[in-house]
Design a binder for this molecule. Structure first.
Ligand SMILES: [Zn+2]
Length: 276
């Protein structure tokens, strides 16, 4: 699992598809450097749930966390077993789970194969500031903080959805009937569920249940972190539950040695997120 870059993701997806042929794998867009932004579909039901990871290069551990989650769901489903108390056959029949494990494959590549500290995409746009959710306000805050152009982090781009990686997500959401969205980041063991009060009341109940199962904290975002993000856009556009999960605790990139510990709590959170 060491150094889970785009090539490793491709190998992992091939392996999953071979083991579990009922999975559907699609390429929902291309990054600046022409890498696929993959989506893997699990389930046959009506309730459509999207979970994505690795918007940020330094947070690449979220990709193997999501493929591991998929593996455990598939394993329990094929064996007719419960997973952490959840009947996976029932879940398979009730939901359609879309997992986009690596939104920013170029950023992950820069971190892993060039050894840089880098959160943005290949042309220096922070994808989680590039969504159309009070983007103008995000830009104003960036400028006040001296952020005016491409850099390793926190530049929201020349316009909302200017980046192909962002559009891979927004196009996908527009083409489907996504009831719930979870964006996975690191770190802090926090659950963000709100955006300017536009979320439905159900969002807080889900966040509290996620917290109860994991020990994570339910948080409200502040200042620069709070605009132009994926869950912000989803909540403001659809008024449906959207979450940012900040998995693990430490300094990014979180060491792969922490994987099992992070995964135990995170898988409980994701199961609440797709089932509740
Ligand atoms: Zn992040």
């Amino acid at each position: 699992m060491l150094n889970f870059d785009y090539k490793k993701l491709c190998d992992e997806i091939n392996d999953l598809k071979n083991m579990y042929p009922f999975l559907e794998v699609t390429c929902e867009g291309k990054s600046i450097n022409n890498r696929c932004i993959f989506c893997i579909t699990f389930g046959n039901g009506d309730k459509e749930v999207l979970i994505n990871g690795a918007h940020h290069g330094l947070e690449w551990i979220t990709s193997p966390l999501l493929t591991q989650f998929l593996r455990d769901c598939c394993d329990s489903y094929t064996q007719g077993k419960r997973y952490k108390g959840y009947d996976m056959r029932e879940i398979y029949n009730n939901i359609k789970l879309y997992i986009m494990p690596m939104i920013n494959p170029d950023g992950v590549d820069i971190v892993i194969n060039q050894g840089k500290r880098w959160q943005a995409n290949a042309r220096g746009v922070d994808l989680n500031h590039n969504y159309n959710a009070r983007w103008d306000l995000a830009q104003k805050l960036e400028r006040e903080n001296g952020i005016v152009g491409p850099r390793w982090s926190r530049y929201g781009g020349p316009a909302p959805e200017s980046e192909p990686e962002t559009r891979a997500v927004t196009d996908f959401v527009r083409q489907h009937n996504i009831q719930r969205l979870i964006a996975l980041h690191t770190q802090g063991e926090e659950i963000y569920y709100s955006f300017e009060g536009l979320e439905p009341p159900q969002s807080l109940s889900i966040a509290l249940q996620m917290a109860a199962k994991s020990g994570y904290t339910v948080s409200r975002p502040e200042s620069l972190a709070s605009y132009g993000g994926c869950k912000d856009w989803f909540i403001s556009e659809y008024r449906r539950p959207g979450f940012t999960i900040e998995a693990g605790r430490g300094t990014n990139p979180l060491p792969i040695e922490m994987f099992d510990e992070i995964y135990q709590k995170l898988s409980a959170i994701l199961l609440v997120g797709i089932d509740m």
